[in-house]
Design a protein around this ligand. Structure first.
Ligand code: HGY
Ligand code: MN
Ligand code: MN
Ligand code: MN
Length: 414
């Protein structure tokens, strides 16, 4: 028996989430540790209960719902996230949560009780928060959240631990969310591709082969605040110029890396000058950036190159610099066996498929260290994502949910 997801249910749930966003921001914004994020996860909790899951929010803010299996004891897990980037889209993360809810409904309606317990998760804070930390919920569940992260501060001096409190999460209690993954046989995450390849190929489902590694940093340059009209060019200690040189170094390192190893990337996603004054030489400059690559060894090289480029840019202007590297996620291959079962499911549904590397990071990369993991992608229109234009046709989402459901049914037989 194959299942057909109901478009109206999926559409209305995506719309409910799309309505639960920060009205002051363009696009769709539900950033972790904000009112809207709290509302989004409460919504997920309510919905999980409505579809018949035994659901709760754990000490790390993950919303977890369990559908009891016939035999129980062993588990399958699926899910994604409902938080967004600033001014993001309506699909990144959401279709993996809404898709899991629909999969549960379909299993029930077609009378297909699984042997395994099915665990559905809306992972807390997948997108990098303002402290530069991502996949916080999945890291907590796997016991890999570095406690040093709690002390990281934002520009106002607020620590990550204090921010968590606003979201009702106690940093010291987060370790209690650690999940016993020895009972979990497989994890499958449904997600939008966030790139153009499926659409370009006219392919319905992407079978992820591996997920990019990511290395993020914050570089703080300290110079001297001076009058822009009276301080000679040779007399300046300009933190802004040192930072600007470093931004260009990020691009240069990534371009060089990409020419040797396609898929290597570098981005300076945030730059801040203090003071922000047109007639003052910049005293403090901060860059937040990242490198990505299919190869962990290149990330290590890029880290070294960037640290030394920042030191050079600073030194030649008499500026001080500190570069802090945030917890790194190494590239993660997906599990061949789980991928093979998903592939069989996609074939059984008569859908076209292609193998893809994921340049986006996902909770699946964190979970993959602990559980055999696979990901299913559906096309993103023009490859746009992390922007309001992010779009996936409902019909494509429907196919993705069917593939997810059939994959879970197949994995249940293993
Ligand atoms: O940043 C990423 O790659 C993901 O979308 N969180
Ligand atoms: Mn994202
Ligand atoms: Mn995502
Ligand atoms: Mn099993």
């Amino acid at each position: 028996m194959t299942v057909t997801p109901y478009l109206d249910r999926v559409e209305s749930e995506l719309k409910e989430l799309a309505d639960m966003v920060d009205a002051d921001q363009p696009g769709w914004t539900r950033q972790a540790m904000t009112e809207t994020d709290l509302a989004g996860r409460q919504w997920a909790l309510k919905r999980m209960r409505e579809v018949g899951l035994d659901a709760h929010i754990d000490e790390a803010g993950n919303v977890i719902g369990v559908l009891k299996g016939r035999r129980g004891g062993r588990q399958l897990m699926t899910g994604s996230h409902t938080d967004t980037v600033e001014a993001g889209g309506r699909f990144d993360g959401m279709i993996g949560v809404v898709g899991a809810l629909e999969a549960v409904r379909l299993l029930k309606e077609t009378g297909q009780q699984l042997d395994h317990d099915l665990v559905v998760v809306d992972f807390f804070n997948e997108e990098p928060n303002r402290f530069g930390l991502s996949c916080v919920g999945s890291r907590a569940m796997t016991g890999t959240l570095n406690p040093q992260a709690f002390g990281v501060t934002d520009e106002t001096g607020t620590s990550f631990a204090q921010s968590l409190q606003i979201a009702g999460i106690e940093a010291e209690a987060m370790h209690r969310s650690r999940w016993d993954f020895s009972r979990t046989d497989a994890f499958v995450e449904l997600h939008i591709e966030q790139g153009p390849r499926l659409e370009e190929m006219g392919t319905e489902i992407g079978m992820v082969t591996s997920i990019t590694g990511v290395s993020r940093f914050r570089a703080l340059f300290t110079g001297r605040r001076d009058h822009a009209g009276t301080t000679g060019m040779e007399a300046r200690v300009d933190a802004g110029c040192a930072a600007a040189g470093t931004v260009l170094a990020v691009e240069r390192i990534a371009e060089q890396g990409n020419s040797e190893l396609p898929g290597s990337k570098g981005t300076s996603g945030g730059v801040r000058f203090t003071p922000e004054a047109i007639n003052v030489v910049t005293e403090l400059a901060e860059i937040r950036g990242e490198f990505r690559s299919p190869q962990g060894s290149w990330l290590r090289e890029a880290e070294e190159q960037l640290s030394s480029a920042a030191a050079q840019e600073a030194a030649r202007r008499g500026v001080d610099v500190e570069v802090a590297w945030l917890p790194t996620q190494d590239p993660r291959p997906m599990n061949d066996q789980v991928v093979a079962h998903c592939r069989d499911a996609v074939d059984q549904l008569g859908l076209s498929r292609a193998e893809l590397f994921s340049g986006a990071e996902h909770d699946a990369a964190v979970i993959a260290d602990h559980v055999p993991t696979a990901m299913l992608f559906v096309p993103s229109h023009k490859g746009r994502s992390h922007c309001p234009e992010e779009w996936t046709d409902l019909g494509d989402i429907q196919k993705g949910i069917a593939a997810l459901t059939e994959s879970l049914i197949r994995l249940d037989r293993v």
